[in-house]
Design a binder for this molecule. Structure first.
Ligand code: NOJ
Length: 745
């Protein structure tokens, strides 16, 4: 009898869902959710607000409590799981929830699909350096398609955190230091994941994280406290989150940090006043891992019950793994500390997204595709190879690259043949066996007999340091070769969550290896593996070329081979300044003038905003990147010397490829608001265009900047552009020298 009733309930929900697909989707979804809510017990409601894991491997901190997951599902005490790696397992749990729980509400499965699911793309900071929004969007779509096949409904991405501190290991997950570019990338990723139909079998739900200002963790220590003015927050940190929301992202993750003294997961100003009322967000918010419970340790809640109350009152819908909602939610309502109306709202927002994903219509649709055909498709791998090549940044080249035909290569270093490291952090469901390493790709491109390889050194989580005899072997093969390619830097393990570093130089043993190789007198090309900006003064000085290869993903090797051989021309440009020294941090291009700016950014000096022992300028600025060609910028014309507020500023510039190679460059437009109500950055990116130019070819690029893009936060927190004079520059990095002026009237 019970079974029959269950089946009936499920059928009723499914039938309702099919009908609801017509007419106004949102209204229908709300109606649908309300109907379910009417049937739910209070415990089942809190169940929808709980997200659990089934595996033991705790990656982000102790959440402690052991649960019998299966009875929790059958009792309707869980609404979501994260990090389920196997589609069969997702299917098993989904069946349990749909067919064995009283109301048959489907589960939603979330996963960290950050830069690829099976095909792994370069880490996000790297991908941003392509300045290729179409590619970023398509990479997210590829990830979504593979996720659907793997039974995943929802990714915890894009990470929209601006950061100016490369000691913080999570810079690898974001787009870098600039709010304008960060906003464009965040929106592109949301479009890629979600498309225009959440229920399509090619899309998944996105999650805007980490709300908010997580990237400003003090001293670059992950999870650390954040404190900044609201003005700074609105100007520099909010734009990417907002852009992702405007692009339609349906979920948000609250961050670990406190903000203005209140942990984000209990911060009503952030999660309700700003996010819902001001920004109009209608989806649901999930906490970061155990972040509700951690409010006890932050010192704003005495126990789990208080923590749950704070989070619920802040309008945080879903508790990731902590368990305090299901443990204390009912009591909080019964004691009158939380109203059932609020609980219903929180539940409704979750159910609406499940509905929009099509989960009520067919809870088994995800993960039921033929996985073999969906994963690692050749066209996706070819695309990933191209994205990796466009993400790599040539930082130095004294003419050694591209390599001559028939050259004999000594390939040395810890990452040259490491399938795992090139995948970086948060490698989704990517399997290292599919990675093509630099060694494999170079052997194929240049011939096995022309590539001598040795690792020489270890670098990673478990093993570090020189291998016995490593230097000797490296020197030996270098002497038998024409050129040394040295793959050095930091491992995949050094990127992502919880890998903050006080030192951002290349580990000492690898420097020792470089010194030994330098003595051979052979040309040295450094292939820099990293997920963060680093102080690489030493490597730049001692080498002939530096190619920033990042953790380039599944197809890193072929991308490196494409670039060093000259089959492709490097075109990446930095989206995070590379400091000259760790002591300069935060170092970023969009700093303020102050009343006493340094006379030179390149010299130590006193009585100005500078150091007496070091330059202010980074080693490589935001926007920087070389090519095998030389691009000349000329004829800057401000086509609209005066423009009405609300109008569009137009600026054109001629770009000429003066080199011997065809190539791509990223033309960048910067502005400075000369007199404003509050102090403005010395430069702000307000436009960019990736362009392809044949050797010898010229193109005129016209930028169109709506004056609304020149808006900023005023003293009363209003966001608007002002009338007045502006400087404008266009060039290939944030040091662009071609200058013009315009006035907003
Ligand atoms: C903690 C991380 O901060 C967050 O980015 C991630 O999505 C969650 N854990 C889930 O793995």
């Amino acid at each position: 009898m019970k079974r029959f009733l269950l089946a009936l309930t499920t059928f009723a929900l499914v039938a309702g869902a099919v009908e609801a697909k017509t007419a106004n989707e949102e209204q229908e979804a709300i109606k649908f959710a309300n109907n379910i809510i009417k049937k739910m017990t209070l415990r089942e409601k809190f169940g929808q607000l709980e997200q659990f894991v089934t595996r033991k491997g705790v990656v982000t901190g102790p959440e402690g409590v052991k649960r019998d997951i299966e009875s929790a599902i059958r009792n309707g005490e869980v609404g979501s799981f994260l990090s389920i790696r196997k589609p069969e397992e997702a299917l098993r749990l989904q069946k349990m929830s749909v067919e064995e729980s009283r109301l048959g509400i489907p589960l939603i499965f979330g996963y960290d699909i950050i830069h690829g699911c099976k095909v792994i793309f370069p880490e996000n900071l790297a991908m941003a350096c392509s300045w290729n929004l179409e590619a970023v969007e398509r990479a997210a779509r590829v990830a979504a398609e593979e996720s659907v096949a793997a039974g995943i409904h929802w990714t915890f991405s894009p990470m929209c955190d601006i950061s100016v501190d490369p000691r913080w290991s999570r810079v690898s997950e974001g787009a870098g230091e600039d709010p304008y570019l960060g906003a464009k990338i965040a929106a592109a990723m949301v479009r890629g994941y979600q498309g225009d139909d959440l229920s399509s079998d090619k899309t998944i739900a996105a999650c805007v994280k980490h709300f908010a200002a997580y990237g400003a963790a003090q001293a670059g220590r992950d999870y650390n406290t954040v404190d900044m003015s609201e003005l700074m927050f609105r100007n520099l940190y909010l734009p990417p989150y907002k852009a992702a929301l405007d692009a339609g992202a349906v979920t948000v993750m609250s961050s670990f940090n406190d903000f203005h003294g209140v942990p984000a997961s209990g911060n009503k100003w952030l999660l309700y006043d700003l996010l819902r009322k001001e920004l109009g967000f209608k989806g649901f918010v999930v906490s970061d891992w155990n972040a509700v419970h951690e409010m006890i340790i932050h010192g704003v809640a005495a126990n789990g019950k208080d923590a749950a109350e704070l989070a619920l009152k802040a309008h945080l819908n879903m508790d990731m793994v902590g368990g305090d909602y299901i443990a204390y939610g009912e009591q909080l309502v019964k004691e009158g500390r939380i109203s059932e109306k609020l609980v219903d709202e929180l539940v409704r927002e979750v159910l609406v997204i499940k509905y929009r994903l099509g989960l009520f219509e067919d809870p088994y649709r995800y993960g039921s595709q033929k996985q073999e055909g969906a994963y690692y498709r050749p066209e996706h791998l070819a695309f990933a190879r191209n994205v990796a090549a466009e993400s790599m940044v040539l930082l130095k080249n004294n003419g050694v690259l591209p390599l001559q035909k028939g050259v004999k290569i000594a390939l040395i270093g810890p990452f040259a043949d490491s399938q795992i490291d090139q995948l970086g952090a948060w490698r989704g469901l990517g399997e290292k066996e599919h990675s093509i390493t630099i060694r494999t790709a170079l052997e194929e491109r240049f011939g096995k007999e022309n590539v001598l390889y040795t690792k020489a050194c270890e670098c990673g989580r478990y093993k570090n340091g020189l291998i016995e005899g490593g230097i000797e072997e490296a020197v030996k093969i270098a002497e038998q070769s024409d050129v040394i390619l040295l793959s050095m830097g930091l491992s995949g393990w050094h990127s992502g969550e919880s890998r903050s570093r006080a030192e951002i130089t290349v580990p000492a043993d690898q420097q020792q290896l470089l010194d030994a190789l330098k003595k051979t007198g052979k040309k040295i090309v450094v292939l820099l593996a990293t997920g963060r900006a680093m102080d690489i003064r030493n490597e730049v000085e001692k080498s002939d070329a530096v190619l920033l290869t990042w953790h380039g993903g599944t197809m890193e090797g072929p991308a490196v081979a494409d670039l060093v051989s000259g089959d492709k021309n490097p075109s990446g440009h930095l989206t995070m300044s590379f400091p000259y020294h760790v002591g300069q941090i935060p170092v970023h291009y969009n700093s303020k003038n102050t009343g006493r700016p340094a006379k030179s950014q390149f010299k130590a000096q006193g009585y100005s905003a500078s150091y007496v022992d070091m330059q202010n300028a980074p080693l490589f600025p935001f926007g920087y990147g070389l090519s095998y060609s030389e691009f000349e910028y000329s004829d800057l014309k401000v086509l609209t010397p005066t423009v009405e507020l609300g109008g569009v500023v137009k600026v054109s510039v001629k770009v000429t490829n003066k080199g011997k190679y065809d190539g791509d460059d990223v033309a960048q437009l910067y502005v400075h608001d000369i007199v404003a109500e509050t102090t403005r950055p010395v430069r702000e990116l307000k436009g960019f265009e990736r362009l392809s130019l044949k050797a010898g070819e010229s193109k005129v690029v016209t930028f169109e900047v709506p004056t609304s893009d020149l808006a900023y936060c005023h003293q009363d927190m209003s966001w608007k552009a002002d009338k007045g004079d502006f400087k404008v520059w266009v060039g290939a990095d944030s040091y662009a020298t071609l200058e013009g002026r315009f006035t907003i009237k």
